[in-house]
Design a protein around this ligand. Structure first.
Ligand code: BG6
Length: 307
């Protein structure tokens, strides 16, 4: 369903439908039907809050390097499917009559509902019929909320992992710290998924990082000192947090050909996810994963934000 008062439909360079959500303050979010990917999110001053590689622009139908691609039904390469699997490379449809959601996920907000159903092609590599719904909401305050619902319409149970692969735009990765993950256990993908415990009082960046923090708190903050702004991520149904930055060497590798120059310095992926204990749904069951991203000035007190 499209909340028509403050949405418009445009096409990208490849002719793929995009929905632009706007609030009355001038903030906007743009969602592509390709991959159900949020490709842009701007505040009321027109500043882009999500990273997107300059080289990725106009490169669809492959997912663009940036924004918020959805990883479903497999995160990374922890199964038999291609890395991050197929949902992010599919054309989704606008869902005109989605099952209802709580009033807080619609009232006063500009939103669009998208739907992805398993195709014949998907069933060949992942033989489970599903419906994946995504509501993207832009609040009156400019906050972005993503609500995903996965329904098992199969005759047998299935399991999946999921991530909102959120490329946050930052001034310089060396100026960033992530709070809320202190003392948490994480699986380090750079050490064959060995488990460690976070020792520092905040996470800072000086090299490649690729971690899955397991059973993490519902609220995590990403502070950008230079821009004096903080992203606060609030999540429900998403116990894990992925933190990823490829750093210089990997960003210049063949697999990252869409990341140019020093672009890796201006992004950090902090994802609400469910990975370590995949979700299992019986026939007819539904799972919901909700991620809200708020941007506040860094001087803002963290009291009341829930961490
Ligand atoms: O290049 P992709 O497929 O979008 O993936 C980007 C990265 O995503 C991260 O989440 C993974 O941990 C990395 O292994 C991966 O390289």
């Amino acid at each position: 369903m499209v909340h028509r008062i403050s949405t418009e439909r445009v096409k990208d360079l490849n002719g793929i439908d995009q929905i632009v959500l706007r609030n009355s303050q001038g903030a906007s979010a743009k969602v592509s039907l390709h991959g159900g990917q949020v490709v842009s999110w701007r505040n009321d001053r027109g500043e882009e809050l999500l990273f997107a590689s300059t080289k990725a622009k106009g490169k669809a139908p492959k997912v663009i390097r940036g924004g918020i691609p959805i990883c479903f039904p497999q995160f990374d390469s922890c199964g038999s499917l291609e890395q991050h699997s197929f949902a992010r490379n599919k054309i989704w449809t606008v869902d005109e009559s989605p099952p209802s959601l709580p009033a807080k996920d619609s009232s006063g907000k500009s939103f669009v509902d998208l739907l992805l159903k398993s195709s014949e092609e998907d069933l060949k590599c992942w033989p489970h019929s599903f419906e994946l719904r995504l509501r993207v909401c832009l609040g009156a305050d400019g906050n972005l909320t993503l609500i995903s619902r996965v329904r098992n319409i199969n005759a047998k149970p299935f399991s999946f992992s999921f991530a909102y692969h959120s490329y946050l735009s930052v001034s310089d990765i060396s100026e960033v710290r992530v709070e809320g993950l202190e003392t948490m256990d994480y699986l380090d993908n750079l050490c064959q998924k060995e488990q460690f415990t976070e020792q520092g009082d905040a996470l800072t960046f000086e090299a490649e990082i690729e971690r899955v923090y397991i059973s993490s708190p519902s609220c995590v903050a990403v502070l950008d000192h230079e821009r004096k702004r903080t992203f606060v991520l609030r999540k429900e149904g998403l116990p894990d947090v992925v933190v990823w930055n490829p750093w210089e060497k990997k960003s210049k590798s063949k697999s990252m050909a869409d990341l140019v120059n020093d672009e890796y310095r201006h992004m950090v992926c902090v994802d609400g996810a469910v990975i370590e204990k995949p979700v299992t749904l019986k026939p007819g069951e539904e799972w919901t994963g909700r991620l809200e991203i708020i941007v506040v000035p860094s001087s803002f007190s963290s009291e009341g934000l829930g961490f």
